[in-house]
Write a protein that binds this ligand. Structure first.
Ligand SMILES: [Zn+2]
Length: 175
């Protein structure tokens, strides 16, 4: 994925998480980062980490164990900050764990996700795959990369609409 779909998930989570269902900048950035962060492992390509290694792209950061660790961290953070811990952890789970699962529905090359790391380095694909895989790094700024981005805008259109559709303001209550 080119990341467009992951951002759509993050923005939709940010809007749903807000008390009044509006999209605010800070939660939008936080949830988008939570939905995107597993792909930080692509930096491993620059450091010589092999694609198929545990710490390679779609390896450990794309596992359910690491995702659940982030969810647990969000729960503890929310508890300490006086936020609803279960609600916060639930939305963080959607943003973070959706990344691992969405990557398994991509097609067109690459490797699946190490969902069961550290128990296994096996890479998994979904039996149904409908999102084109994206070129990695600067190659994303190619004709194929833009085509994948356009496909993700279309596939995730309902989430984009939910996240960005202007919200009707309620009329002030009569005194
Ligand atoms: Zn990924």
């Amino acid at each position: 994925m080119a990341g467009i779909g992951h951002i759509a998930v993050g923005l939709a989570c940010a809007r749903a998480y807000s008390e009044d269902r509006t999209l605010r900048l800070k939660p939008a950035l936080i949830f988008s980062a939570l939905a995107l962060w597993p792909d930080a492992d692509a930096l491993g390509f620059l450091l010589g980490v092999g694609y198929g290694e545990s710490m390679g792209h779609r390896g450990a950061t794309h596992s359910l164990a690491v995702g659940l660790f982030v969810v647990l961290g969000a729960y503890i953070f929310a508890q300490r900050r006086g936020l609803a811990p279960l609600r916060t952890a639930g939305y963080v789970a959607i943003a973070t764990l959706s990344h691992c699962l969405l990557d398994t529905v991509t097609y067109g090359g690459g490797l699946g996700c190490a969902l069961l790391w550290p128990l296994s380095d096996a890479r998994f694909w979904s039996p149904v795959r409908f999102i084109p895989i994206s070129p990695i790094g600067v190659a994303i700024l190619s004709a194929r990369g833009f085509k994948v981005m356009a496909a993700e805008v279309g596939i995730f259109l309902p989430l984009w609409l939910y996240a960005l559709w202007p919200r009707r303001r309620r009329a002030p209550a009569a005194p």
